[in-house]
Ligand binder design. Structure first.
Ligand code: C2E
Ligand code: MG
Ligand code: MG
Length: 313
């Protein structure tokens, strides 16, 4: 096996940048983080100008570490309903679990602002497991209370997938919460730059044997590759919002989406269109033959109680 390694380095100058060990290490870390953000495989010198944003990052880091140590009480899982657009009244088919962080010190922070750092710090592992457990508990409750058809989708970071006991970890949460495995879909993002299809397919195979479904999330959002569609043994393809928006622009866009949907169907996959915001988009999706949709047009992400009041027993 060939391994390709790169190195990123953050450099501080003594005594220009500081004269205590703590300060120098902290600034070296800031510079290192800047090197990684600038594409990795490079050296960055500490720069006072990036300090304010980097201190913000260290603040975020400190607060996030505390929040995970603190029984996750600042985190809450929201649910965005996913609907069947082929049936009368567009019945709910389940929901996607989406994390929210209401930090006591920093206020409400959207996932896009803290998940990348959580991944970098490895904190996404405990956070992701918290989301999974919450999602399974709620889905099991819905299923028991008169909606056996509801499923729940949980986003998994590639960092979680790379833990060597990830298969057992997920199995453990399933046992603990007693969710029907067929009602759990794990979403992995196709931007995960994963090349090691054998590794992922082996994990997916273990899950699929238990009945868990795998979805490729955000398909069409930048790193799309038909190779992934071909090689990853997934059950669901989630078409990214940008794709769904493009569907209205013209014939070319429409042809691409339509054929993608058909290709997914022929590969035995279900297709979910994300980010549906308008009736015009719904019309196109129905024309194309897409069955399942998710987006503000139908519902926004909401707290579990709101979901239950609206769509529960
Ligand atoms: P995603 O998995 O693709 O989730 C869908 C995102 O699109 C959500 O943003 C949702 O609120 C938003 N959305 C849904 N419908 C619409 C619409 O009609 N219009 C627009 N403009 N947006 C819509 P959110 O909750 O901010 O999450 C952003 C991303 O953060 C997620 O994208 C996912 O990649 C990540 N994320 C969220 N929760 C978790 C988690 O528990 N674990 C991991 N690893 N990632 C998570
Ligand atoms: Mg998702
Ligand atoms: Mg998505």
């Amino acid at each position: 096996t060939d391994y390709y390694c790169t190195m990123s380095m953050g450099v501080v100058r003594f005594p220009a940048d500081g004269d205590t060990v703590e300060e120098l290490i902290k600034k070296a870390d800031i510079a290192l983080y800047a090197a990684k953000c600038a594409g990795k495989n490079r050296i960055e010198f500490y720069d006072d100008n990036v300090e304010s944003t980097s201190y913000k990052r260290l603040d975020l880091e400190k607060n996030m570490r505390n929040a995970t140590r603190n029984a996750f009480s600042e985190f809450e899982v929201y649910f965005q309903p996913i609907v069947n657009i082929t049936k009368e009244g567009n019945p709910c088919a389940g929901a996607e679990a989406l994390i929210r962080w209401n930090s006591g010190e920093l206020g409400l922070i959207p996932p896009a602002d803290f998940i990348p750092l959580a991944e970098y710090l490895g904190l996404i592992n405990p956070i992701g497991e918290f989301v999974l457990r919450e999602a399974c508990i709620h889905c099991k409750y819905w299923n028991d209370m008169g909606h056996p058809e509801y499923k729940v989708n949980v986003n998994l970071s590639v960092v979680q997938l790379l833990q060597n006991d990830i298969v057992e970890r997920i199995a453990h949460v399933i046992e603990e919460t007693r969710i029907t495995p067929q009602n759990l879909t794990l979403e992995v993002t196709e931007s995960m730059q994963l090349q090691d299809y054998t590794y992922y397919n082996k994990i997916f195979y273990d899950w699929k044997r238990k009945g868990i479904q795998i979805a490729i999330d955000d398909f069409g959002s930048g790193y799309s590759s038909l190779g992934q569609l071909q090689r990853l043994r997934a059950d669901v393809l989630k078409l990214d919002r940008s794709f769904v928006c493009a569907g209205l622009q013209g014939t070319r866009e429409r042809i691409v989406i339509e054929n993608l949907v058909n290709m997914a169907f022929e590969l035995g996959m279900e297709v979910v269109c994300e980010g549906v915001e308008t009736q015009a988009q719904v019309n196109v999706l129905q024309d194309i033959g897409c069955h399942i949709a998710q987006g503000y047009y139908y519902y926004r992400p909401m707290q579990a109680e709101a979901f239950e009041q609206l769509l529960g027993p």
